[in-house]
Ligand binder design. Structure first.
Ligand SMILES: *[C@@H]1O[C@H](CO)[C@@H](O)[C@H](O)[C@H]1NC(C)=O
Ligand SMILES: *[C@@H]1O[C@H](CO)[C@@H](O)[C@H](O)[C@H]1NC(C)=O
Ligand SMILES: *[C@@H]1O[C@H](CO)[C@@H](O)[C@H](O)[C@H]1NC(C)=O
Ligand SMILES: *[C@@H]1O[C@H](CO)[C@@H](O)[C@H](O)[C@H]1NC(C)=O
Ligand SMILES: *[C@@H]1O[C@H](CO)[C@@H](O)[C@H](O)[C@H]1NC(C)=O
Ligand SMILES: *[C@@H]1O[C@H](CO)[C@@H](O)[C@H](O)[C@H]1NC(C)=O
Ligand SMILES: *[C@@H]1O[C@H](CO)[C@@H](O)[C@H](O)[C@H]1NC(C)=O
Ligand SMILES: *[C@@H]1O[C@H](CO)[C@@H](O)[C@H](O)[C@H]1NC(C)=O
Ligand SMILES: *[C@@H]1O[C@H](CO)[C@@H](O)[C@H](O)[C@H]1NC(C)=O
Length: 341
């Protein structure tokens, strides 16, 4: 059943997800140099890699030949330098989903919002500044449909002196859910933009790159991801859903039907609204969010379905500098990608 393609469009009609582009963490480990004083460094090489999944061999865009991509693991408050080397045939950017990046929109990633595409054959060292984040966030490519295969987890661990009181002290595993397409994503994306029709047909979902055991092929054997646990032990699972998607705002209200500005605000939860980086908007419904405009920069605000972004369902919020030095934009880093080809 998983081998028979289902229409992505049915899922998209079900709801819209609004997202503040401010993503966070990856899922496979690259060599990291962790020390409290110096930034943590990763090398991300964006390139083609061939995998066989859902019975078919396909060449996809990956980071470091991994699907899902490398996991970034940091301690709270650390800064990470990710040298993104683009060996793909077209330009890419990487977004750090859920990372607030105080005063540093420069490395946030959304294509043509805070940076131009990293052109084929070029490098850009993206600076990812962690502040109060803790737990699981993720990273993903932020240009067209590249996100479908170029993504991974980011795990932010508590500082050593807080570990013993943290639920994150237990043995941990990272699970990344993704959607696998047996079609060329660049071709699908080009058709969607030109035609205005979503023709993407997913072959199915993967967990850490493995399909479920419903996939039976005559010619290839595809293992299932599994974890062996000890009876009576406690575990932490870092779960990233790269299949549907997530800024930082508080969702104060949502409902089905037409928004009525004279009555609906009375139902807002202004006391303890959930902090989200993606919110659902019901079909023909509405969602109200609030945010503190305290992080200077240009922040992309968009539907989290790529085809909808391609069709223009996106805007940007410009937050200007505050009066104090620590409320002003940092200067742009060296080596920002140039906007020409
Ligand atoms: C496996 O067999 C299917 C059906 O015959 C075919 O479409 C597919 O390309 C084959 N996969 C590989 C990796 O050879
Ligand atoms: C990567 O693969 C895609 C699809 O197969 C192809 O169009 C593209 O040219 C390849 N890129 C490189 C750099 O070889
Ligand atoms: C990109 O970074 C890698 C790794 O640091 C380096 O080997 C390579 O020379 C760089 N390429 C460019 C075009 O700067
Ligand atoms: C979490 O998992 C990582 C990688 O497996 C490991 O290095 C680390 O020690 C684990 N952390 C805890 C608190 O168990
Ligand atoms: C373009 O959209 C129409 C429906 O509006 C569809 O019939 C056609 O197959 C689409 N073309 C492509 C190349 O997907
Ligand atoms: C569990 O994973 C191992 C590899 O880590 C694999 O050999 C085994 O087949 C998997 N078990 C199941 C039931 O899929
Ligand atoms: C919204 O209302 C419509 C029409 O009454 C209904 O079909 C749909 O299921 C509702 N959706 C939600 C999320 O409540
Ligand atoms: C909603 O009502 C408030 C007053 O209750 C008003 O200040 C605001 O401009 C209204 N918003 C819209 C979109 O009409
Ligand atoms: C971003 O800008 C480049 C030119 O620098 C252009 O080719 C590309 O289409 C733009 N992307 C979007 C999504 O507008």
């Amino acid at each position: 059943m998983m081998c028979s393609p289902w229409k992505m469009s049915s899922l998209i009609l079900a709801f819209l997800a609004l997202s503040f582009l401010n993503d966070r963490v990856p899922a496979v480990r690259a060599q990291a140099d962790i020390s409290a004083a110096s930034p943590v460094k990763y090398n991300f090489v964006v390139k083609n890699t061939t995998f066989t999944k859902f019975c078919e061999a396909r060449t996809i865009l990956t980071v470091n030949d991994m699907y899902p991509g490398p996991e970034i693991r940091v301690k709270k408050g650390q800064t990470v330098l990710v040298n993104v080397q683009n060996d793909a045939a077209y330009g890419v950017t990487i977004h750090w989903h859920g990372v607030k990046q105080p005063r540093n929109p420069w490395s946030d990633g959304p294509e043509n919002i805070t940076q131009c595409l990293i052109q084929p054959g070029k490098n850009f060292t993206q600076e990812v500044i962690f502040s109060d984040e803790i737990g699981t966030v993720w990273w993903h490519a932020h240009s067209d449909w590249t996100r479908a295969t170029v993504h991974g987890a980011i795990v932010v661990e508590p500082p050593p002196d807080e570990l013993s009181d943290s639920p994150l002290r237990f043995p941990n595993y990272t699970l990344v859910f993704s959607t696998w397409f047996n079609q060329d994503l660049k071709e699908i994306s080009d058709i969607i933009v030109l035609n205005g029709t979503n023709t993407a047909e997913a072959a199915g979902y993967t967990l850490n790159g493995f399909p479920g055991d419903q996939v039976t092929c005559d010619n290839v054997s595809e293992p299932t991801y599994n974890i062996t646990v000890k009876r009576g032990e406690t575990y932490v699972l870092h779960i990233v859903n790269a299949a549907m998607h997530e800024g930082h705002f508080f969702q104060v209200g949502m409902n089905n039907g037409t928004f009525d500005n004279s009555t609906d605000p009375a139902s807002y939860n202004l006391d303890d609204p959930p902090e989200m980086n993606t919110a659902v908007v019901y079909g023909s419904g509405w969602t109200a969010v609030r945010f503190f405009a305290n992080n200077p920069g240009v922040w992309f605000f968009h539907c989290h379905f790529e085809s909808h972004v391609s069709w223009g369902m996106a805007t940007a919020l410009i937050v200007k500098d505050g009066p104090n030095l620590d409320q002003k934009l940092k200067p742009p880093p060296a080596g920002m990608p140039s906007c020409g080809a």
